[in-house]
Write a protein that binds this ligand. Structure first.
Ligand SMILES: *[C@@H]1O[C@H](CO)[C@@H](O)[C@H](O)[C@H]1NC(C)=O
Ligand SMILES: *[C@@H]1O[C@H](CO)[C@@H](O)[C@H](O)[C@H]1NC(C)=O
Length: 354
């Protein structure tokens, strides 16, 4: 605005000002409505190793892709626990980037289902001038730890990657994880009441079956009925007992699995609603004596196994025998704990442990 003519053009200037404000307002409304992903590329990627430990609070964060892009509970747990596990290894505090609005609009799943875990990670704004980004691109299920990161002294360290689907990231905090995921007391009482008294002492097999998205996304392979029936027969012959079937497609499970088994009376289909997935993990801790994972790249199946009572009795289908594309990027020893057992099927339908 030109001051000299200010008085003379008072009305006209007002009008221009009004239009400018309106345009700015419109732009900010549009900006606000279109989701904007936090741009980590603005953070320099120079990792510098300084052996002189600087005594100040240091932070670790991930872009949290599984949360930002609406991954399921299994994927989110891998990401969050890997963040907490790596933070421990690096002597840093795990944080969420509080400038990432999308991330914060999508924390409900974590906050509602595993509040104890969500509460462990605070949100802090990051200072770009005090941040270093480490580009990290191994495939979904590889464990990779760059020891160089241990001597990076910058206040904020961003490990710019995704998946983090290996138990090796959080093996040092395993007992804490088991504590955080324990069912609350009322849930535990409810779970105990679910089992009739005559069944209390019977051996309980839990079977995870994944259909739905896994059969159509051209990445994963869904559960195969023939393998599943044979494998359940195999486990039942080792330990007669009860069979609990967990899945995201109970109708398919009823027709293609449950009704095909000779011991119907011992088979139960669990119908946990999708927004209460954590309840299956509670069930596993309290009741599952063994777990069978039939879609080997399912992270939720993996968590049912990991939370179950005896880690020597978790069985998973050999991914190499399936059409699951994840087999080309999975490092099996990083994904499946060593005590778990791999099951294959010979051409004539015999189940073999590998
Ligand atoms: C961990 O970081 C703190 C500062 O937050 C420092 O005082 C301590 O010496 C560090 N511990 C190790 C083992 O590096
Ligand atoms: C776990 O299962 C194995 C048999 O597969 C058994 O030998 C072992 O005692 C079990 N461990 C516990 C703690 O029940």
């Amino acid at each position: 605005m030109r001051y000299v003519r200010g008085v003379f053009n008072y009305r006209k200037n007002h009008k221009i000002l009004f239009i400018v404000i309106l345009v700015i307002l419109l732009i900010s409304i549009v900006n606000w409505m279109v989701p904007r992903y936090y741009d980590y590329r603005q953070i320099p990627t120079k990792v510098y190793c300084d052996k002189n430990e600087i005594d100040k609070q240091k932070y670790l964060l991930f872009p949290m892709t599984a949360i930002v892009f609406d991954g399921g509970l299994g994927n989110q747990l891998f990401e969050v626990f890997s963040l907490l596990g790596l933070a421990m290894k690096l002597n840093r505090t795990a944080i969420f980037n509080s400038d990432d609005w999308i991330l914060h609009s999508k924390l409900d799943l974590l906050q509602e289902q595993v509040p104890q875990v969500a509460a462990r990670i605070i949100s802090i704004p990051i200072e770009i001038a005090e941040s270093t980004r480490f580009l990290y691109s191994p495939a979904c299920c590889h464990y990779q730890f760059a020891s160089l990161l241990s001597c990076e002294q910058n206040r904020f360290l961003i490990i710019d990657g995704q998946y983090f689907q290996s138990f090796k990231y959080f093996s040092t905090i395993e007992s804490s994880i088991r504590k955080w995921l324990k069912p609350p007391q009322d849930e535990e009482m409810f779970l105990k009441k679910m089992i009739r008294r005559k069944d209390e002492l019977r051996y309980k097999h839990c079977v995870h079956i994944r259909r739905g998205d896994f059969t159509t996304d051209s990445q994963h392979a869904g559960t195969d009925a023939v393998f599943t029936i044979r494998a359940i027969d195999y486990l039942y012959s080792l330990h007669p007992g009860l069979i609990y079937l967990f899945s995201n497609d109970p109708e398919w499970v009823r027709k293609r699995i449950a009704e095909q088994l000779d011991y119907h009376g011992d088979v139960k289909i669990m119908e946990t609603p999708k927004d209460a997935a954590i309840k299956d993990l509670y069930f596993s801790q309290v009741h599952c004596d063994s777990v069978l994972i039939t879609a080997p790249s399912s992270t939720f199946g993996w968590w049912i196994g990991y939370m179950s009572k005896n880690q020597s009795n978790v069985y998973y289908r050999d991914i190499q025998e399936t059409e699951d594309m994840v087999k080309y990027q999975m490092l099996e020893e990083d994904f499946f704990p060593r005590t778990w057992k791999k099951l294959g099927m010979s051409r004539n339908g015999l189940i073999i442990t590998k």
